[in-house]
Design a binder for this molecule. Structure first.
Ligand code: ATP
Length: 809
């Protein structure tokens, strides 16, 4: 397969700069050892411009002209005009397609024509908010007084911002903790609020997305309390089904503008799988691939030698440092001057430092930069000669955001995606359509999760009493049920007119919108007493167990002690050469089956509530090459989690049967086959739900006491779930097909991290049966397909005991 595709592409390869650069990078690879699995040529696209809309006041148009924008692009006018006419709108077009102008134009026009109107801008990161403020300030439109209001704003300035700024740039954290609880101090601002801009809205997914969805409903309620109904303008480089995603996030009907009319240079996209190494052994003696970071360093160095301005995106901060270092080392042997033109970039940079970096990349003074995704959002770096993406960044949205930095008008650019040792990456480099022709994944969030809804209803009640009329905003029935619990807990009091917050202290400070909502574990440097950060209590045993290497703002620390009772992890600064990966053992019981599809032939697929009991039992120390140093045991308490899971059961006849369609497995092979199928399924779910494999977990067993059959569970890692299991259930067939393909297309003999080994398996990746997993998945998929796919299944709702036809597949 590999060869055929390459030859096809080879024939039609054009001589653009992208393919010339790729040839240079491949020059040193021995014949027959090409790491390429696919090469695609993406054509150039011309700009589609439009006239400035008639409603845009002259001073605003002149401001844009003064920064070099002579004519807007068509999608900018389409989105801006919708927002101007009062329609909520989401603009979902590519990286660097000028999304900022699309919201700046209606907002600045309104602020110019209505001298009292105000606007709010929300960014997922502080840095992006500061960058966008700088862009609006540069436009210099009179009377707007744009200002940042975030955790870094000195208190002396805060009063000024509240009183005078007409366009406030902030983030969800500040809106939650600083603005909504003190809304009476913002009364004038809220009364005149005309627009809310939600930038990079695909960042709001999973539990964080569910929090932000409820936060936006709280914002709408407070604004309504002051008589305002602002228009929402959302922007994202890439979200799937944008109108639905925006609707779920804001609770409002949103129009979508998706046709991208910005110009784009031609790009050569190469998919690259590093070779398996003979000399290194991973867990259970499995082969290890050359690390994506090491491969990226070499590619980066080759591109720099060619004079190509290149960004290499690497998954971790440490990885970014190591990749830059690796590239510099290679270059030092060629030309010391070139080595100095490579740098690392990671989180924690100040806006001035980002600007300086943008300038030196644009001028060519810097040729190569290895970076984390800190450079993904809101950095005006585009038109580069090459981008190397080392390791799938988790979502297709992020992948295109990163790849979109490459592409110059006229002469092409190169994008190289280097697979990591991981089933999802393996799948992607062997299935180019899943990278090149697939719509980006749906943004999954679940504002009805009672664990998230409860804290937000408490905050809402503390902001303004909740009346029965408001409940529709928060999902009527779910909100009533959660309020009943809050009343029973004595947190809110119900009166004839509604629900009232009773305590003196407001609940906001104890609600973390970036985690589960529970009290956080503080990570403190023991020597200095400095608070480095906080960790979700549910994740503490994972992230800050004794001995864990903890990274903060690019610096490395090692955990000395974890005290779960006091919520404290003590660390010291240390940068060992290894990283650590925790191992846990997990048990699962079914609390309630919500939907069940029973397929004649021996397979059932279910979605439901489960109780997961897990215990971190040790951790692996691993070198950057992937080599495992040792396993260190730990003694930590069990943790119990009530969440949602998707699971399938397989009958003994189907597992053992040798008739056509049966897996034909000897009973002794079943545990290893199910275990391998479970690991790969966890690795592949992020292809369908915007989650990380660390957001989910799994259990497989040859006989589960609740189902009475061989069962594979994949569960959400957050209390109440974040929608990931639901998404897995909805996409069961394509998900299992991709899982099977990822296993089958890995060329290792008996299982490795690229297919069925899991980096967090509590059983030390034992037993695993790679061929058995393919046999089980073939048998399961055969039965489901025989039954006409999932759409024709029946649903058993055990909560009501009713049977109804399944409507979603
Ligand atoms: N109509 C236009 N004509 C020419 N240049 C434009 C136009 N609109 C925007 N630009 C320029 O395109 C670049 C990218 O714009 P912008 O940063 O708004 O894109 P974006 O879509 O928000 O990017 P990202 O995906 O990184 O968030 C900027 O330098 C901007 O000045």
């Amino acid at each position: 397969m590999r060869c055929a595709k390459l030859c096809d592409v080879g024939k039609q390869r054009v001589t653009g700069r992208g393919s010339r650069l790729l040839d240079r990078v491949l020059a040193g690879v021995p014949e027959g050892e090409s790491p390429l699995t696919h090469v695609a040529e993406l054509p150039e696209r011309d700009a589609g411009t439009a006239d400035w809309p008639e409603w845009a006041p002259d001073p605003v148009v002149s401001a844009f002209r003064s920064v070099g924008v002579t004519r807007p692009w068509q999608h900018q006018v389409a989105a801006a005009s919708r927002a101007w006419s009062g329609q909520h709108v989401i603009l979902a077009t590519g990286t660097a397609s000028g999304k900022s102008l699309a919201y700046q134009l209606p907002v600045l026009s309104r602020l110019t024509s209505e001298r009292r109107a105000t606007a709010l801008y929300l960014a997922p990161t502080k840095a992006l908010g500061v960058d966008q403020l700088a862009a609006v300030t540069r436009l210099g439109v009179e009377g707007v007084r744009p200002a940042v209001f975030d955790g870094d704003t000195p208190s002396a300035e805060r009063d000024w911002v509240r009183a005078h700024s007409r366009w406030v740039f902030t983030n969800p954290d500040m809106l939650h903790r600083g603005i909504l609880p003190a809304h009476s101090r913002w009364a004038t601002f809220f009364r005149r609020l005309a627009f809310v801009v939600v930038d990079e809205c695909h960042a709001y997914r999973g539990v964080f997305g569910s929090h932000v969805a409820l936060l936006l409903r709280r914002l709408r309620r407070v604004a309504r309390g002051y008589g305002a109904s602002p228009v929402f303008v959302l922007a994202s480089a890439t979200v799937s089904d944008p109108a639905t995603s925006a609707g779920r996030l804001t609770g409002l009907e949103c129009a979508a503008v998706t046709e991208d009319a910005s110009p784009r240079g031609a790009r050569t996209v190469a998919l690259w799988e590093p070779p398996l190494l003979d000399e290194l052994a991973g867990e259970q003696g499995a082969p290890v691939r050359r690390s994506a970071g090491a491969e990226a360093a070499r590619i980066l160095a080759d591109l720099v030698v060619e004079g190509a301005r290149t960004l290499a995106f690497v998954r971790s901060r440490r990885g970014a440092e190591l990749t830059a270092l690796g590239a510099r080392r290679v270059l030092a042997e060629v030309d010391g001057g070139l080595a100095r033109r490579v740098a690392a970039y990671r989180a924690g940079f100040l806006p001035e430092e980002r600007r300086a970096l943008e300038r030196s990349l644009a001028s060519g003074e810097l040729l190569g930069v290895a970076t984390t995704n800190a450079l993904e959002l809101g950095v005006d770096i585009c038109g580069l000669d090459a981008v190397v993406v080392a390791g799938y960044p988790g979502t297709l949205a992020s992948f295109w955001q990163q790849a979109g930095r490459a592409g110059r008008d006229g002469d092409g650019a190169l994008v190289v995606f280097v697979a990591r040792d991981d089933p999802l990456d393996t799948y992607l480099v062997h299935h180019p359509d899943a990278v090149l022709n697939r719509p980006v994944e749906a943004t999954v969030l679940d504002p009805a999760n009672p664990y998230v809804l409860g804290p937000h209803l408490a905050c809402a009640a503390a902001e303004l009493p909740l009346t029965p009329r408001c409940l529709a905003l928060f999902g009527e029935a779910e909100a009533r049920a959660v309020l009943d619990d809050l009343v029973a807990d004595g947190v809110v009091r119900q009166r004839a007119t509604g629900w009232y917050w009773v305590a003196r202290e407001r609940p906001h400070a104890s609600v973390s919108i970036r985690g589960s909502g529970a009290e956080q574990v503080c990570v403190v440097e023991a020597d200095t007493g400095r608070l480095l950060g906080t960790v979700d209590p549910g994740a503490a045993c994972w992230q800050v167990h004794p001995g864990a290497v903890y990274l903060h703002q690019g610096s490395s620390y090692v955990v000395d002690a974890l005290d779960l009772t006091d919520g404290l992890a003590l660390v010291h600064a240390e940068d060992p050469e290894w990283s650590t990966s925790p191992r846990d053992v997990v048990d699962i019981s079914v609390v309630r089956t919500l939907t069940k599809q029973k397929h004649p032939g021996g397979v059932s697929a279910c979605l439901g509530e489960v109780e997961v009991t897990s215990q971190v039992v040790g951790y692996l120390r691993r070198l950057p090459s992937g080599e495992v140093l040792d396993h260190v045991p730990l003694d930590l308490p069990e943790r119990s989690l009530r969440t949602r899971a998707v699971w399938y059961t397989v009958s003994d006849e189907l597992l053992h049967g040798s008739a056509p369609g049966g897996a034909g497995l000897d009973p002794a092979r079943v545990p290893g086959a199910l275990h391998a199928a479970e690991h790969a399924a966890i690795g592949l779910l992020p292809l369908f739900a915007t989650c990380d494999r660390w957001d989910i977990g799994g259990v497989s067993t040859a006989l589960h006491e609740d189902t009475g059959e061989a069962t594979v569970f994949v569960h959400d890692g957050h209390p109440g779930g974040a929608g990931f299991a639901d998404r897995g259930f909805a996409a069961l067939v394509p998900w299992l097909v991709a899982t099977r393909e990822a296993i089958a297309s890995c060329d290792c003999p008996a299982g490795c991290p690229s297919c069925v080994q899991s980096p967090k398996c509590g059983n030390g990746n034992e037993p695993l049966d790679k061929a058995g997993a393919v046999a089980v998945l073939d048998a399961v998929l055969g039965v489901i397909r025989e039954d006409g796919g999932v759409q024709h299944g029946r649903v058993l709702d055990q909560a009501t005991g009713e049977r109804c036809a399944l409507t979603s597949g």
